[in-house]
Design a protein around this ligand. Structure first.
Ligand code: PNS
Length: 158
């Protein structure tokens, strides 16, 4: 399983999912809520964007995760959680979650090193760049630019 907030999905996420698929026959991309973050895009939008981006990749499917990841891991009989690392800060953030998921569900986390050419891409930065008018079309898969712009526009209207 590749869990995350995917708010929005980026080219970095696609790289990690492809690497996960090279190690496992089946990969479930789980779109979950991170209580430490306030999401820009609704879960159903994030799921739709991820499904479009990963369409046609055999053995990969996208599902919303409603609630605790550990419960979902058990429900889908996941063998492992796969997470990408861009650097040490990612590891520091991921380690407690890996330990907690092992504690709750007995599932191991496998860390993969992503493509260094994509190491500057983070969903939070993508949103920040878009918020201030920068170009994000070479950071995210097709369809995401419009969804982010629309959501940012709606937020500014409120
Ligand atoms: O992309 P993110 O925000 O780093 O992903 C973190 C995420 C969404 C995978 C994590 O917050 C999560 O698993 N959320 C679901 C609720 C849960 O199980 N929380 C306890 C995590 S140990």
């Amino acid at each position: 399983m590749c869990p995350g907030s995917f708010d929005p999905i980026t080219l970095g996420h696609l790289d990690v999912v492809r690497r996960a698929r090279s190690m496992f026959d089946e990969v479930v991309v789980g779109i979950a809520s991170n209580s430490a973050k306030s999401a820009l895009l609704a879960v159903d939008v994030r799921v739709a964007l991820a499904r479009t981006a990963l369409d046609g990749i055999d053995g990969v499917r996208v599902e919303p995760v409603d609630g605790l990841l550990a419960d979902f891991l058990r429900d889908v009989h996941a063998n492992a959680v796969v997470k990408g690392l861009r650097g040490g800060a990612d590891f520091d953030a991921e380690l407690p979650m890996a330990l907690m998921n092992r504690h709750l569900a007995g599932v191991e986390t496998v860390f993969v090193v992503g493509d260094p050419a994509l190491a500057h891409i983070a969903s939070s930065l993508v949103k920040d760049v878009a918020r201030y008018g920068g170009a994000i079309d070479d950071l995210v898969p097709a369809g995401v630019v419009e969804a982010v712009r629309e959501a940012l526009g709606r937020r500014d209207d409120t």
